[in-house]
Design a binder for this molecule. Structure first.
Ligand SMILES: C[S@@+](CC[C@H](N)C(=O)[O-])C[C@H]1O[C@@H](n2cnc3c(N)ncnc32)[C@H](O)[C@@H]1O
Ligand code: SF4
Length: 408
């Protein structure tokens, strides 16, 4: 998964932290990531509330390439010179972009900031055969990691999730991606209607046997405003209750751990060293430029850390970029207290936890000792040495409540 348009949601044998090296330590300097949002999909999945739009008449990609180029320059003006540590094409469905579009946007990024050879460059892809046919072109354009939305490994569930691909296409796309890209990951959605622990466990075991060394495993969320929300409300879509969801979460964690892909974040599992460096930049609260319709960013400027957000509707975004040189509709300084909250919210998603000295520096105070003790006593968090804190697996299940309790 991608950034904070959808922070969303690898392994690069050629890169500094290749598989086996272990997770690069949290140095307190999490890097500068570039997120590019492609807001189009071939069809809208009934569970999805990402900023994604279907345009049956097609999309003039050159017009978007030019607009991305302009907005990249506008973000460069805000960020100043930077050394990019990762690039991520998220969506929507970036694999609807032609390889030429991807290459042109990457060139625009290289024109704006320093982009060292070999940094992680991820593209989110759907596994339909049409899109898989472009994989080689993406690799030639410089993409070295794909993150594929497989979602399920059986045809009945793929159909229910409204996906355009079937199991056979998913298996072919996984094999092709493993062949072409140095690193690849795929996404599955679990806690689906009627899914049992046994069925999910078997599917996950198969997924692990197909995977490289990174998997994103998301519990189905019923998002307001989606067709699934209406069906759920009307009692026509029954999803696992809290107890079963917790059990599914726990078996997911255990099975992945047993196969050497421990959870390094709530929904992300990797062999040590194969974590997504891009997403780690979000969770370690680094800077990221968010470019394209509906993208969010966090940039450190001379005036402090700022938040940015761009117009979500693609055509309106294009018009605005044409008129103003960027599609930003929000750009505001973050109070240090807000930054401290965000640091906690993001950092507690990680198994490595959060660095309390950074929190203290931002907030100018310590977390309240009695709140820490209370949450430790209830098995929600644990202290790691004197200055790190992390959620336990039990705490991860109610992460928002834990953060709300701590951040007061
Ligand atoms: C922005 S989507 C991009 C991937 C690509 N468009 C696709 O669907 O194959 C990122 C991932 O979020 C997950 N996702 C989207 N909506 C979700 C929901 N309501 N509940 C759980 N996971 C969801 C899916 O696993 C999806 O692959
Ligand atoms: S293809 Fe991906 S981004 Fe598009 S609607 Fe489906 S889940 Fe959402």
């Amino acid at each position: 998964m991608s950034a904070p348009s959808a922070p969303a949601t690898g392994r690069d044998r050629a890169s500094p932290a290749a598989a086996g090296d272990g997770l690069a330590p949290d140095t307190g300097r999490p890097g500068f990531a570039v997120y590019l949002h492609w807001p189009f999909c071939a069809a809208k999945c009934p569970y999805c509330d990402f900023n994604s739009h279907v345009r049956h008449g097609g999309v003039d990609q050159q017009v978007y390439v030019d607009a991305f180029g302009a907005e990249i320059q506008a973000m460069r003006a805000l960020s100043g010179p930077q050394v990019v540590t990762s690039i991520f094409f998220g969506g929507g469905t970036p694999s609807l972009m032609t390889p030429e579009t991807v290459a042109a946007i990457l060139n625009a990024v290289r024109g704006a900031w320093a982009v060292p050879e070999g940094i992680e460059i991820t593209l989110e892809a759907n596994p339909s055969s049409v899109e898989a046919a472009r994989f080689r072109g993406y690799r030639e354009a410089g993409v070295n990691r794909v993150s594929m939305g497989v979602q399920a490994l059986n045809d009945a569930d793929l159909k229910r999730l409204g996906r355009l691909h079937d199991r056979a296409e998913a298996l072919r796309a996984i094999a092709l991606a493993r062949d072409i890209f140095p690193r690849m990951s795929f996404d599955l959605i679990y806690a689906r209607p009627e899914q049992t622990v046994q069925a999910w466990s078997a599917e996950l075991e198969e997924a692990i046997s197909l995977a490289a060394d990174h998997l994103s495993l998301y519990q189905l969320t019923i998002e307001e405003g989606t067709p699934f929300y209406g069906l759920h409300k009307a009692g026509k879509l029954i999803v696992p209750d809290d107890e079963l969801s917790a059990e599914l979460y726990e078996v997911t964690r255990q099975i992945c751990e047993r196969h050497g892909l421990p959870a390094y974040e709530v929904s992300n599992h990797a062999r040590p060293g194969a974590e997504s460096r891009h997403n780690l930049t979000y969770w370690r609260y680094g800077d990221y430029a968010g470019i394209g319709p509906g993208a969010h960013g966090r940039l450190s400027t001379a005036a402090g850390k700022i938040a940015t957000a761009t117009e979500r509707m693609p055509e309106t975004w294009l018009t605005q970029v044409g008129e103003a040189g960027h599609g930003m509709v929000e750009q505001y300084p973050l109070e240090v207290a807000e930054q401290a909250d965000e640091l906690l919210l993001m950092g507690l998603r990680l198994r490595e936890g959060v660095d309390l000295s950074r929190w203290r520096m931002l907030s100018g105070r310590d977390l309240e000792r009695d709140r820490i003790d209370f949450l430790v006593r209830h098995g929600m968090i644990e202290e790691m040495g004197s200055d790190r804190l992390r959620c336990t697996p039990k705490g991860m299940l109610v992460l928002d409540a834990v953060v709300a309790d701590l951040a007061i």
